[in-house]
Design a binder for this molecule. Structure first.
Ligand SMILES: *Cc1c(COP(=O)(O)O)cnc(C)c1O
Length: 420
């Protein structure tokens, strides 16, 4: 028990290290992932993981929570300050659980929700038939317009009027444009629906004032903390004060038992980081890099859904190029070249979510590494060449070597021996 981990369990340490090297040596363009700071990871692996703390600060089912209360209160206060929210629950284990808590607080099985279709960019917790959300609620899906690739607000208003949902969800996992939350509130108000803004992907941009703010217009806001926000894996729920008790009770005892106090402490660290000027500069560069990468991809004859991006991500429609390669094939070719992306459906996709006709790319991770517009141009060209020359293993290997060299100049962490 007293041996160092690497001596006690070299097997697991070796696998972890191999993934560390993969992370270092690949260009990851997955928009839902990020590299949490060393400080965040330090809290995540702390002794706080040992403590049970069912309940909320000052009102626990467990004794010994004196310091745990201080931690959770700090996390709540920082999240409130960061987003300007009235009430925050920091206990949700993940984004899906955060959404589940909102539904659990508000809805009965069979109630109607208006939410974005999965293949148009929605999240599985917004009503996928196989997910609890699609199974227990009556989900009316909305999508984007075929021509523009954008959400048509008149269409949303008409759907809301027709179906009178109890809850409207605005937010997506694969939508490259802004959401105008004021317009969504207007529609929700007109049919007496609650409005939930799921900002999992764009929370970092919102915290840095680079995307319209949902807080004044939404009854509920859920977000993951590990995507653009760059905290630990987890989620938070924000709401107006009138829903505070309902949300807290929906999370515990409604859906969860003990909170992950190590994760909540790491969330607090992440929120503090997000209030630093450097965080705003980082998010600005994320957006600039996304625009630069989108531009270079267009120059390499890719077609982007909606023609570009306003945020940190873009969706490439492959149906017009590269002999209609599927998203799955494309992502695999790029992985051969050391570039990691998501396969992703495009709006009105004829292929399944396993095969797909698109890929999704984002810039949060390459930006953490310090890459800027010139590197985005290089990456756009690597992607173009890797796909044009996809039949040549030699070309893909050559690009992989160039990718590795670029990655070496931009390490993912200052000290890669931290985990040795
Ligand atoms: C990522 C995401 C979530 C939550 O995902 P988890 O994997 O459950 O943390 C929820 N909503 C949207 C829109 C997302 O993109």
């Amino acid at each position: 028990m007293n041996k160092p981990l690497s001596e006690f369990d070299p097997q697991i340490v070796d696998i972890m290290r191999r993934d560390l090297h993969r992370q270092q040596n690949c260009l990851t363009l997955i928009p839902s992932e990020n590299y949490a700071s060393q400080a965040v990871m330090q809290m995540q692996s702390s002794v706080l993981a040992n403590k049970y703390a069912e309940g909320y600060p000052g009102d626990r089912y467990y004794n010994g929570c004196e310091f745990i209360d201080l931690i959770e209160t700090l996390a709540i206060e920082r999240a409130k300050r960061l987003f300007g929210a009235a009430h925050v629950n920091v206990q949700a284990h993940a984004g899906t659980q955060a959404n589940m808590a909102v539904y659990h607080a508000l809805l009965e099985p069979g109630d109607t929700i208006l939410a974005m279709k999965l293949d148009h960019g929605g999240h599985l917790s917004h009503g996928l038939p196989q997910n609890f959300s699609g199974r227990y609620y009556n989900v009316v899906p909305y999508g984007v317009d075929k021509e523009s690739g954008r959400i048509n607000m008149n269409g949303i208003a008409a759907l809301a009027e027709k179906h009178r949902p109890k809850l409207i969800i605005v937010g997506a996992s694969a939508y490259p444009r802004w959401f105008d939350f004021a317009q969504w509130q207007e529609i929700a108000d007109s049919v007496d629906a609650y409005l939930l803004a799921d900002i999992a992907h764009i929370a970092g941009l919102i915290a840095a004032d680079l995307h319209p703010d949902p807080v004044p217009y939404s009854d509920f806001i859920t977000t993951t903390t590990h995507k653009t926000l760059r905290g630990p894996r987890g989620a938070i729920i924000m709401c107006r004060n009138e829903f505070a008790e309902a949300i807290d009770r929906a999370v515990m005892p409604g859906l969860q038992g003990g909170p992950f106090m190590h994760t909540i402490a790491a969330k607090a660290v992440g929120f503090k980081e997000a209030m630093e000027p450097a965080f705003k500069a980082y998010q600005k560069q994320v957006v600039k890099n996304a625009k630069a990468l989108a531009q270079r991809l267009i120059e390499n004859e890719f077609r982007l859904v909606s023609g570009g991006t306003d945020n940190h991500l873009m969706i490439v429609d492959l149906t017009a190029t590269f002999e209609k390669l599927s998203g799955r094939q494309t992502a695999n070719h790029l992985e051969d070249a050391g570039i990691v992306v998501n396969k992703n459906t495009i709006p009105f996709d004829k292929r399944s979510p396993v095969t797909t006709s698109g890929i999704r790319l984002g810039t949060p991770m390459v930006t953490v590494r310090g890459m800027k517009e010139p590197e985005m141009q290089l990456i756009g060209d690597f992607i173009g060449e890797a796909l044009r020359e996809r039949k040549s293993t030699a070309v893909k290997n050559r690009i992989r070597e160039k990718v590795r060299e670029l990655c070496e100049q931009f390490p993912i962490y200052e000290d890669l021996n931290l985990w040795s």
